[in-house]
Design a protein around this ligand. Structure first.
Ligand SMILES: [Zn+2]
Length: 286
């Protein structure tokens, strides 16, 4: 089995990069109400179709030096970065399940459902984060199916993943109701909407997939990293914002929360097993 691991890792990375390429299409088309399947991608400037060899993840962008083959319009560096990040994310999601999968501890259908479900969750979070960063909206078309998928995963492979249906159901409810309460309180206290209803559906999806016990850590990670980003962003743009819009602009930092919820959820998904083991070791030694 060990001899095959590098080949498996290379295959998983390539597979992940293809999904990253597809997510770039999703992020561009879903907010515009376009089909993610057809037609094939075109250059938005010269409208010539992008051929297969111009569409190889990461490599084509590098080979074309970040420009359209025909009209030389620059192609955003975000495309290859998303492809590379999603490739690495795919390997990170698949890796913990590989030993049990290869040694036959998991039935093929169980491995397929567990890995497929966690990958679908991770990919949807990446798309949601980028769309929210672009448009300040979390699309229902991505967040609501994720709630159902989280509950379905709990029924199918909940014990394997450590998220039985009680955790998933209470997580979905707490995510939805908890954030709704927070939003209502914030709106009452400040007279403005701090969190969108899209964030509520997103947190319900995270609760359904990762379970109730993940929510405090996910919210804390999201809030801390969102705050750090907002402060850094604010420090970098303060002079300009104050000059343009006056001091009032400083008080409200307009940063979407969805990308940080997605980030916190991905961090929990990838790291909680390590964290759990440490807490258990610590509890065992007390
Ligand atoms: Zn072009």
């Amino acid at each position: 089995m060990d001899a095959a691991l590098p080949q498996i890792a290379a295959f998983v990375l390539a597979w992940g990069a293809l999904w990253g390429s597809f997510l770039n299409v999703v992020v561009y088309r879903v907010p515009r109400g376009l089909s993610v399947v057809r037609p094939r991608s075109r250059c938005p400037t010269c409208e010539r179709p992008i051929t297969a060899w111009q569409n190889v993840p990461i490599l084509s962008w590098a080979a074309l030096a970040g420009r359209c083959f025909h009209c030389k319009t620059p192609i955003s560096w975000r495309y290859p970065v998303v492809e590379a990040v999603v490739a690495a994310l795919t390997l990170a999601v698949v890796w913990p399940w590989l030993p049990a999968w290869l040694e036959g501890d998991l039935a093929p259908w169980q491995a397929g459902v567990v890995v497929g479900g966690e990958l679908a969750f991770a990919y949807a979070l990446v798309a949601i984060a980028l769309i929210d960063a672009d448009t300040f909206l979390v699309p229902d078309a991505l967040s609501l199916p994720l709630v159902l998928m989280g509950l379905a995963l709990a029924f199918a492979v909940g014990d394997l993943r450590g998220v039985p249906w009680v955790q998933a159901g209470s997580g979905a409810l707490a995510g939805g109701i908890g954030l709704f309460t927070l939003q209502w309180t914030y709106a009452r206290a400040t007279g403005r909407e701090g969190l969108g209803t899209g964030d509520i559906k997103l947190l319900a999806a995270i609760g359904a997939t990762l379970g109730l016990r993940a929510l405090p850590a996910v919210l804390l990670l999201a809030a801390l990293q969102g705050l750090l980003f907002a402060l850094g962003f604010h420090a970098a743009t303060r002079g300009r914002a104050v000059a343009e819009r006056g001091l009032a602009s400083v008080r409200h930092l307009a940063v979407p929360f969805g990308p940080f919820l997605a980030l916190g959820a991905l961090q929990w998904l990838l790291l909680h097993r390590m964290f759990d083991a440490r807490v258990q070791a610590w509890l065992g030694s007390v």
